[in-house]
Design a binder for this molecule. Structure first.
Ligand SMILES: Cc1cc2nc3c(=O)[nH]c(=O)nc-3n(C[C@H](O)[C@H](O)[C@H](O)COP(=O)(O)OP(=O)(O)OC[C@H]3O[C@@H](n4cnc5c(N)ncnc54)[C@H](O)[C@@H]3O)c2cc1C
Length: 442
């Protein structure tokens, strides 16, 4: 029997597995796809935002160790000031470099991993998961553990265990749109910088932008014109892209796929086809309207539609919009969030961002990762106990890393001291955080 089985090898699942292994637990990481990395790798999501808030690295831990190694092998530019002034720092990484480092860390730490293995059922007795049923490449079988971590992004293990949940926003269950990001090479970044200098009002920019690293949220006028001309037909008000780690390469985060049920395979398939069509339309638009893209070419399109939001699993505590805006701290804090409430509107073309503060740090309590009604089921990553608005802040990669790592420390304490979610010593968890160099206080 494993100490813990982690379902889903995205940022939160990987960091939970590495942390658990570092703390000496017997751990298994299960992933339905044939590759680890989740949305970062399958959906080409970069740069990572944000390790920093309030001038401090609020994430730390194994993730920071990984970032330092990525810089040392020239696969990341490190933590840079966000050119948009949206968050404090952003961390451009090469997607393939990130994939390779995920694999090498899992191997270095000695984590047992099963790829192409999907959780398909949960076996529950009186609020306790006794085993899960998985489908491998050629067989279906059960796996047992003391603790289970749902790091599937969609909260699938919790759903299969009959946990309660909320989809999207409370009023109408609409979720943030999904996006097909894609990587473009041969972009003349000097031309882009010249465009920004020419008309700063056409862009969202930090006040002291130094024109070294290129990130673009803008070209509002060109998008408007293209829409009027019928050259852009999807619901997006701006061009959004960031310079990658490799020369003259950018990742375009502009397509907008809304109105689908991302938890239904039929609807998800239609959404994916629409996303691929939008990439073609978007690339034609960039070449025609945006100086700097004349000689560009597509390097890579994603293997999976990037889904921002689906289920919010009901946990012992649900983080709210007010918690975010009030920089809430908690006596059982396990991680920090560092990012704005970045809500891509479910039914309009823009972003819905609360603008009354420019500091986004708040704490994530232990109770928000404990699935309500269960004594050995935790949820990690983007589907933890949070409302639509609060999730729009904590859903980003560095925060998902931190949540996953924190859960490994909690389980380590519970197992070693025969404690549980209703009876534990927080100071012991803090000691485990120290061992991991894990940051958890704003
Ligand atoms: C379009 C888009 C743009 C984004 N932009 C940024 C950005 O610029 N910067 C940033 O930092 N973050 C960004 N994010 C957010 C970030 O990438 C994700 O929210 C984050 O990866 C979520 O991590 P996770 O561990 O919760 O889940 P995921 O990354 O979704 O990983 C979940 C894993 O679980 C696996 N899985 C699912 N179901 C099962 C099952 N039944 N059995 C076994 N395995 C299963 C999946 O295959 C996957 O590998 C973006 C997200 C999207 C979609």
């Amino acid at each position: 029997m494993y100490d813990c089985i982690i379902c889903g090898a995205g940022p939160s699942g990987i960091m939970c597995a590495l942390g658990a292994k570092k703390l000496g637990l017997n751990v298994l990481l299960i992933e339905s796809e044939a590759v680890v990395g989740g949305t970062n790798i399958l959906s080409l999501v970069t740069p990572l935002m944000s390790f920093y808030s309030r001038g401090k690295n609020l994430i730390g831990g194994i993730a920071e160790e990984m970032m330092e190694e990525l810089v040392s092998i020239n696969e990341s530019k490190g933590h840079l000031d966000d050119p948009l002034g949206f968050c404090e720092k952003i961390t451009p990484v090469d997607t393939d470099g990130l994939k390779r480092i995920y694999f090498s860390y899992l191997e270095k730490y000695g984590v047992d991993v099963l790829l192409s293995t999907k959780v398909i059922a949960s076996n529950v007795k009186n609020g306790h998961l006794t085993s899960i049923t998985v489908s491998g490449i050629s067989r279906i079988y059960n796996l047992e553990a003391k603790y289970f971590i749902d790091a599937t992004g969609d909260g699938t293990l919790s759903y299969l265990s009959n946990a309660t949940y909320q989809i999207g926003r409370k009023v109408d269950n609409l979720t943030q749109p999904s996006t097909m990001s894609f990587i473009v090479g041969g972009v003349d970044l000097e031309k882009i910088k010249a465009e920004i200098k020419k008309d700063k009002t056409n862009f969202v920019l930090r006040d002291d932008y130094d024109y070294k690293y290129v990130g673009v949220s803008g070209f509002f006028k060109e998008v408007k014109k293209a829409k009027e001309n019928g050259d852009l037909t999807f619901n997006r008000d701006r061009v959004l892209f960031f310079e990658n780690n490799r020369n003259n390469e950018v990742t375009i985060n502009m397509t907008r796929i809304a109105g689908y049920d991302f938890l239904d395979e039929k609807s998800f398939t239609y959404a994916t086809f629409e996303g691929m069509k939008q990439i073609d339309e978007c690339f034609k638009f960039l070449k025609k309207y945006i100086p700097g893209f004349e000689n560009s070419y597509i390097i890579q399109t994603p293997n999976k539609l990037g889904v921002r939001e689906t289920r919010h699993i009901e946990c012992l505590y649900m983080i709210t919009k007010e918690d975010v805006l009030e920089h809430k701290t908690f006596s059982d804090s396990i991680a920090c969030s560092t990012f704005p409430m970045d809500i891509h509107s479910p039914n309009k073309d823009g972003l819905e961002i609360e603008t009354n503060i420019n500091d986004w740090a708040f704490e994530i309590p232990l109770r928000s990762v404990v699935v309500k009604g269960f004594d050995n089921l935790f949820v990690a990553g983007r589907s933890i106990g949070a409302t639509h608005e609060a999730q729009a802040s904590l859903r980003v990669t560095p925060v998902c890393y931190s949540i996953g790592e924190a859960i490994s420390a909690i389980i380590s304490v519970f197992i070693r001291n025969e404690m549980d979610i209703y009876n534990y010593d927080y100071k012991l968890i803090e000691k485990e955080f120290k061992k991991l160099k894990h940051n958890y206080k704003i």
